[in-house]
Write a protein that binds this ligand. Sequence first.
Ligand SMILES: Nc1ncnc2c1ncn2[C@@H]1O[C@H](COP(=O)(O)OP(=O)(O)O)[C@@H](O)[C@H]1O
Ligand SMILES: [Mg+2]
Length: 295
Amino acid sequence: MRIIILSRNGELYSTRSLFNAARRRKHFVRVVDHMHCDLLIENERNAIFVHGQPLRGYDVIIPRIGNTVTSYGSAVIRQFESMGVSTILHAEALLRTRDKLSCMQILSQHGIPIPQTLLVNNYSQFHLLHHKIESFPKIIKLKSGTHGLGVLKADNAKSMESMMEAFYGLKQKVLLQEFIKESSGEDIRIFVVGGEVVASMKRSAQEGEFRSNLHRGGHAAIAEISEEERQVALEAVKILNLSVAGVDMLRSKRGPLVLEVNASPGLEGIETTTKVDIAKKIIQFAERLIKPSNI
Ligand SMILES: Nc1ncnc2c1ncn2[C@@H]1O[C@H](COP(=O)(O)OP(=O)(O)O)[C@@H](O)[C@H]1O
Ligand SMILES: [Mg+2]
């Protein structure tokens, strides 16, 4: 099978891990920077060029699209899809998950438990509505942040108002969210590939920090998950039409709450923590997308 990994940097852990796994399974594999892809849109003759050369004859793409280039990255994925190339991540699914608001809306619409979340479009209305999220602390979140950047905790009304004023002043839309105290700086990442949970880890924030992101100094350990957590993760991934995803959850008094679903989840933390060869599982899933004659 002929595979393209869409990645800005072949040296990144996740890209290397996928590349090596594909090679070990005897596939032809190439890393292509999606930002170097030029798109010809012409009905039946859509094409993609890299440095003027057409990309042809590939069976499947494995997109690894960073948060800063979601829009163009999804255009490139959509172009491959239009050319009949299989993908482990659909353009529309990527776009939906990158916006925390639409992700929350879709999940909640389908009965997936999430933390209570408020978006006030005009700051003039904020004072009328912020109490819908009861009691402090409250979480303030940029709509499309990542790695814990853009997630803040307001301990009282005064700090909430000054943070909100700053964000609205900068024309940044933010979400106000209930703070799940009992999760106390911990979240669970459940890694799903092809409709199965393949690994899970618990991330704990460093001392004095409530965000458990590994990029914020959190540390990870293997997690045992409950049947309910497993079901919620699989359901969330299915609803969002993803095949490979990292589902982040908080353990709350009212059960697991989905915080976000990552459509391009990093492999380093989860592979080194759980010792599961996730890259291999992703390649095996890609093989299943392709007709047997192409493998
Ligand atoms: N509502 C919340 N209650 C408690 N902790 C939270 C809440 N929202 C976020 N956190 C903490 O902050 C971290 C980052 O939040 P998240 O929404 O995942 O943003 P990012 O996309 O930047 O990772 C989470 O992993 C969790 O530890
Ligand atoms: Mg997160």
